[in-house]
Design a protein around this ligand. Structure first.
Ligand SMILES: C[S@@+](CC[C@H](N)C(=O)[O-])C[C@H]1O[C@@H](n2cnc3c(N)ncnc32)[C@H](O)[C@@H]1O
Length: 242
């Protein structure tokens, strides 16, 4: 069981994720727990505002550190939790990082909004995490990305085979997959997949994985653990694409 505590000004944005599909089932099965904490409730001023102008000037409003810190202090066993700040200035989330996060029993996620948060928030979190090199309006979607990605690694949340083959788990992108009908709008399922020849099908899958990764994410090929057979296939793929 992993417990997530999400500190946000917009809890309703995240409620949709929790009320449907696999995440809903995981919550009902007590495989994960997600608590949404609206840190506006911890504002100490009478208008319940949480943002203010930046000392450095510039457009936009910054969220003050106090309401977030006060909200965090109400979370039980906070010292043992992994505390993350969603930030475009953080290290980019990878499947490797997701695997590491899935080893924690408790993850606290702070979502910024507007121009971001007073930098002193960094004294209360372990690290900043970005979900990619682009800027979103708030940390709620990134927090949902983390809940989704980490939860599917919690044993029993999805079928146990799924994380083995899929993209990034084996350094490569996943091979293409097909379901019924056999032919749609003139496009057929590759015949090899109907051959019943297990070894050839496995070889085809590896070839397709290598090909997709080579064409779409050549950077991953450089880091992948490849066998001699893989290098032979890569040579074929390169020649095929000349
Ligand atoms: C508009 S952004 C603030 C951007 C900030 N002024 C900057 O330039 O880095 C508001 C909030 O959205 C969240 N956010 C935006 N893009 C993100 C990303 N790529 N990854 C994670 N969080 C992001 C963060 O919580 C951030 O505090």
């Amino acid at each position: 069981m992993i417990r997530f505590d999400i500190l946000t000004l917009f809890p309703d944005m995240i409620k949709g994720l929790l009320s449907d599909s696999i995440i809903k089932r995981a919550i009902n099965n007590k495989q994960i727990e997600v608590n949404l904490i609206d840190f506006r409730e911890f504002s100490t001023n009478k208008h319940k505002t949480v943002d203010d102008y930046a000392y450095s000037g510039g457009a936009g409003m910054l969220i003050s550190v106090e309401p977030i810190h006060l909200a965090m202090k109400t979370i039980p066993n906070l010292n043992n939790a992994k505390k993350l700040l969603m930030s475009p200035g953080g290290k980019t989330l990878t499947q490797e990082k997701v695997k590491e996060l899935a080893t924690f029993e408790h993850i606290v996620i702070v979502c910024g909004h507007y121009e971001g948060i007073d930098a002193r928030i960094l004294n209360y979190v372990d690290e900043e995490v970005s979900i990619g090199d682009y800027v979103l309006m708030g940390g709620e979607v990134p927090a949902m990305v983390i809940i989704e990605a980490v939860s599917r690694l919690v044993p029993g949340v999805i079928s146990s085979d799924s994380p083995i083959d899929e993209s990034f788990s084996s350094d490569l992108l996943e091979y293409p997959q097909y379901t019924h009908p056999y032919e749609y709008d003139g496009f057929k399922v590759p015949d090899i997949l109907l051959s019943g020849h297990h070894a050839n099908i496995e070889k085809w899958k590896r070839y397709q994985s290598l090909k997709k990764t080579y064409l779409v994410r050549p950077d991953l090929i450089k880091k992948a653990h490849l066998t001699l057979k893989d290098y032979q296939m890569l040579w074929e793929i390169k020649n095929e694409n000349k």
